[in-house]
Design a protein around this ligand. Structure first.
Ligand code: ADP
Length: 496
């Protein structure tokens, strides 16, 4: 090495941040040690040259025995050790120390060279990485999300988190062995779509599909994949997250249903306004035409004809009054102020009056039958009973053909009054029955029959106020029976 080369080497040696040296094979004499030693050990090179084993004084007590053995033991030129040193200022550093033999012409070791680098940061990073990996593992293994890593063709899984067993109900081992078996659980209706996604763009999927667990339970899965690239930017793996979104799906479905219901209600209300207008307009036009006839032909009409028109006007007014009453009841009910005023009523007479009003308007027969004891007195709210019976009887007539029978059977029992309204009409579909007492609700077989969907909700409210019960027995195409049971005893109202 000429002088210039030596200067370049020394400059280089002084600027690197690792120590390197040349010494005798027994480490008793240093021929060269760069300033890296001072940077790492915090001790002078001179002190080492003076006392060649003094680097061992800095070794951490837990590592000193192992390192002494390796550094000055049998083969100090074949060392590759990591250990801690404590510097004079008390700080601790991790060092990686490696030595190599240097042979003479005869093949004997006559020198050895060594390098020592400060690996504290790397160790820390490694520790951090390990910690993060450990945290990730714990996280991955404890949540209801399956994490996995596999090759781009989905032919080998490198990692699959244990949640797979919980969500898919199959072992992780089965997937390591046969990577595509997770597809066996995919719902047959969703499988073609899932397969197409795997074939088209396996590393950037975002799919939702159903799986069927071995016990038959269906779960909704959201499955996403992300590409993993090597240093050349080539996708060589993919990671994926498959989460169980069944509850989210259910919640979405419920919200959707609630919105739909809201929409239906809003439509029903608009329809309700239209219906009410129509319902009022019909009797109004009857009034109008009878009034016109009476006005223009008052001298020509027979008394009988005049009477017929007066009756028509009267029933139409009654009809309108009844509609307005319904509206008022609903309004009162919604304001929570529907009044309960029980009084002694002759229930047989009340039924008869109600039937007469209805048949006047409807031109149909209602068979009325009374069963039970002679006394027909009870303490009831006549107005509310009126609402109950008018609505049930008018429905029975409206939802049945003119040539069929409608019956009202009144049972006067010792403690109860029972009304049974039976028709031979269209019936109520089973799926509509649970909602039939809701305001504005109408069954799906009403076709063009007019109605507001308010009657039965009023009936229910009036029955509840009496602390009574109502039952429906209906068969589509055959007919319907409504049975209302009310207590007869005044004491039942005590708590109202
Ligand atoms: P509406 O004004 O529509 O008749 P209601 O509240 O009185 O309203 O009744 C609610 C729904 O219940 C009706 O729209 C109809 O679908 C069904 N319904 C009630 N009574 C009968 C019956 N006797 N026969 C068949 N369906 C009935």
């Amino acid at each position: 090495m000429d002088l210039q080369q030596l200067q370049v080497f020394e400059q280089f040696a002084d600027n690197v941040d690792f120590a390197f040296w040349v010494c005798s094979p027994d480490v008793t004499k240093y021929y060269y040690m760069n300033s890296g030693y001072e940077k790492i050990w915090g001790r002078t090179v001179a002190s080492l040259i003076e006392n060649p084993h003094s680097f061992l004084e800095a070794v951490h007590p837990d590592d000193v025995e192992r390192i002494t053995q390796a550094a000055i033991g049998k083969e100090p030129w074949n060392m590759d050790e990591e250990y801690r040193i404590i510097r004079p200022d008390g700080t601790m550093r991790w060092v990686r120390d490696r030595t190599y033999p240097i042979y003479d012409d005869q093949g004997n070791i006559y020198r050895m060279a060594g390098t020592a680098e400060d690996i504290t940061e790397r160790k820390q990073e490694f520790k951090d990485l390990n910690q993060s990996l450990e945290q990730f593992k714990q996280f991955a293994e404890n949540i209801d999300i399956v994490f996995w890593v596999c090759d781009v063709d989905v032919t080998e899984f490198l990692y699959i988190s244990p949640s797979y067993e919980k969500i898919w109900g199959k072992s992780c081992a089965s997937l390591y062995e046969q990577p595509r078996t997770f597809l066996d659980s995919v719902h047959p209706e969703d499988l073609p779509h899932k397969m197409a996604a795997i074939e088209n763009n396996p590393t950037s999927m975002d799919e939702q599909y159903r799986i069927i667990q071995p016990n038959g339970t269906i779960r909704w899965i959201r499955d996403r994949t992300f590409p993993v690239k090597d240093e050349n930017g080539r996708v060589y793996r993919m990671v994926g997250i498959a989460e169980d979104i069944t509850y989210r799906k259910q919640a979405e479905e419920e919200t959707y249903k609630a919105l739909q219901r809201e929409q239906e209600l809003s439509n029903a209300k608009s329809e309700f306004i239209a219906t009410i207008s129509h319902e009022i307009r019909t009797p109004l036009s009857v009034i109008q035409s009878s009034a016109d006839i009476l006005h223009h032909n008052i001298d020509k009409l027979t008394d009988e004809k005049k009477q017929k028109h007066f009756t028509k006007v009267n029933s139409s007014v009654e009809r309108i009054t009844s509609i307005v009453e319904d509206l008022l009841i609903i309004a009162e009910d919604e304001a929570g102020s529907l009044q309960f005023q029980p009084n002694q009523v002759d229930i047989v007479q009340l039924c008869q009056e109600i039937i007469n009003t209805i048949i006047n308007y409807n031109n149909r027969r209602i068979n009325f039958q009374v069963l039970g004891d002679a006394s027909s007195n009870a303490i009831l709210d006549a107005k509310l009973i009126h609402h109950i019976l008018v609505n049930l009887l008018e429905n029975a007539l409206k939802y049945s053909q003119a040539n069929t029978k409608v019956d009202l059977e009144l049972s006067l029992l010792p403690n109860q009054i029972k009304f049974r309204v039976q028709d031979q009409g269209i019936g109520i579909p089973t799926e509509n029955l649970p909602h039939i007492f809701n305001s504005f609700y109408r069954a799906n077989n009403v076709e063009t029959k007019p109605g507001t969907g308010l009657g039965l909700s009023i009936v229910k409210r009036c029955v509840d106020i009496h602390h009574g019960g109502i039952a429906i027995n209906s068969s589509v195409g055959k007919g319907t029976i409504f049975t209302v049971t009310l207590p007869r005893e005044t004491s039942s109202y005590k708590n109202l």
